[in-house]
Design a protein around this ligand. Structure first.
Ligand code: FES
Length: 345
C-alpha cells in the first residue's frame, strides 16, 4: 500500500492522531500507533469499539456489522474494529487511559502451539474463540484458572497489536503445579480458562524519557511485549534492555533481542550471565544484572526504569538505583505482582 494513500485519523476529545491505511481497520491502525481505543471482540459483534464519526467517510468491507443498531446509524456511530477509512477522519471516542477502564474477562482459550524455548522454558500460544479478543496493555498478565480452583498468573509476551494468539512463557519448577502440567502432560489443543488482564506493569506512553528495562529470567516476557509494542508504534525514545540469567542456555530469546538492537538505533541490548557454564565462552557481562546496570550508568534521575523478575532482583534494583537518583515513582516493577503470582511465572 503506497504511503500517500494513508489517512489521517484524529480522535476527539484528546486530539490523538494516527495514520491508517485504507485496507486496515481503524482499530488495527490505532493499536499499531499505540493508541488504546476500547474494544472487545474485534469481529463486529460486541459493540465495545463504537465511536461517533464527526468528519469523513468510512466503509465496511462486504457486510454491515451486526453490532450497529438503527439508533447508532442515525447518530453516526461506527464500529472501529470493522470500519476502514475512505478519507481522513475525525472520530469521537474515549481512549483507554487507565487499566481500570479495560474490562476484565474470563474466557476459554485453546493451546494452539507449544514450543520449548530452552531447557526449562515452554512457550504457549493460546487462541480465544473467534468472536473474542482480549484487550490489554503491553506488560500486563493473565490468570490461568485451573480445574481445582487455583490460579496461576503469567505475563503476556505478545504486544497488544499482535493478538491473534496470547503468548505465555512458562518456566519449569519442580513441583510447580501448572509448570509440571505444561511440561509433562499438556498437548496442543488443550483447553484453558483464563482471566485478565491484570497489573500495573505497562509502558508509560506519555513519557519521552529514556527507558531502562531490567529483566530476570522469564521476567523477559512482559518486557518483550512492551518493546514489541514500542517498535510497532515507532516510539523512538532510547531503550536499554539488560537481561539477567544464569547461563547462556537461559537466554531463550537472545536472537530476538539482538535483532531489536540491530534494527533499531534507539535500542540497546545487554545480556548478563550470573553463572556462565563451561563451554559458554562468554565474552559479555557477568554477575548480577543490577550490578551490570550500575557499571554502565552513574545517575538514573532522568530514566524510567521497568524491572521484571524475581522479587530479590527487583528489590536489588530498587535499592541500587534509587540511591543513584532514580525517583521511586519512576520505578515500575513486576515484583509485587511477581510475588503475588502464586507460584511461577
Ligand atoms: S464490535 Fe466488538 S470490538 Fe468492535
Amino acid at each position: 500500500m503506497s504511503k500517500n494513500l494513508s489517512r489521517k485519523i484524529v480522535i476527539l476529545p484528546d486530539e490523538d492522531e494516527f495514520q491508517a491505511n485504507p485496507d486496515e481497520s481503524v482499530l488495527d491502525a490505532a493499536l499499531r500507533a499505540g493508541i488504546q481505543l476500547p474494544y472487545g471482540c474485534r469481529s463486529g459483534t460486541c459493540g465495545a469499539c463504537k465511536a461517533v464519526l464527526v468528519e469523513g467517510e468510512i466503509h465496511y468491507g462486504s457486510t454491515e456489522p451486526e453490532a450497529l443498531t438503527e439508533d447508532d446509524l442515525i447518530n453516526n456511530r461506527i464500529l472501529c474494529c470493522q470500519a476502514r477509512a475512505g478519507t481522513d477522519l475525525v472520530l469521537r471516542i474515549k481512549t483507554v487511559q487507565e487499566t481500570r477502564e479495560i474490562p476484565i474477562k474470563t474466557l476459554p482459550s485453546r493451546v494452539m502451539h507449544m514450543k520449548q524455548l530452552s531447557h526449562d522454558v515452554m512457550g504457549l500460544w493460546l487462541k480465544l474463540p473467534s468472536s473474542e479478543r482480549l484487550q490489554f496493555l503491553a506488560g500486563q498478565y493473565i490468570d490461568i484458572l485451573m480445574k481445582d480452583g487455583r490460579e496461576r498468573s503469567f505475563s503476556l509476551a505478545n504486544a497488544p497489536h499482535d493478538d491473534e494468539y496470547l503468548q505465555l512463557q512458562i518456566r519449569y519448577y519442580d513441583g510447580g503445579v501448572f509448570s509440571e502440567l505444561v511440561f509433562k502432560e499438556m498437548k496442543e489443543k488443550t483447553l484453558l480458562r483464563i482471566k485478565g488482564p491484570f497489573g500495573n506493569f505497562f509502558l508509560r506512553e506519555e513519557s519521552d524519557r529514556p527507558s531502562l528495562f531490567i529483566a530476570g529470567g522469564t521476567g523477559f516476557a512482559p518486557v518483550k511485549s512492551i518493546i514489541e509494542h514500542m517498535i510497532a508504534k515507532q516510539d523512538k525514545r532510547p531503550v536499554s534492555l539488560y537481561w539477567g540469567v544464569r547461563a547462556k542456555r537461559d537466554l531463550y530469546q537472545d536472537e530476538l533481542a539482538r535483532s531489536w538492537a540491530e534494527e533499531h538505533d534507539n535500542i540497546k541490548y545487554v545480556p548478563v550471565l550470573s553463572e556462565p557454564m563451561e563451554g559458554d565462552e562468554w565474552q559479555g557481562k557477568t554477575g548480577f544484572v543490577h550490578e551490570a546496570v550500575l557499571e554502565d550508568f552513574s545517575d538514573f534521575s532522568d530514566f524510567d526504569v521497568y524491572a521484571s523478575g524475581p522479587p530479590v532482583m527487583v528489590q536489588a534494583v530498587h535499592e541500587a538505583l534509587t540511591t543513584r537518583g532514580l525517583p521511586e515513582e519512576r520505578l515500575y516493577s513486576d515484583a509485587f505482582e511477581f510475588a503475588a503470582k502464586k507460584e511461577e511465572k
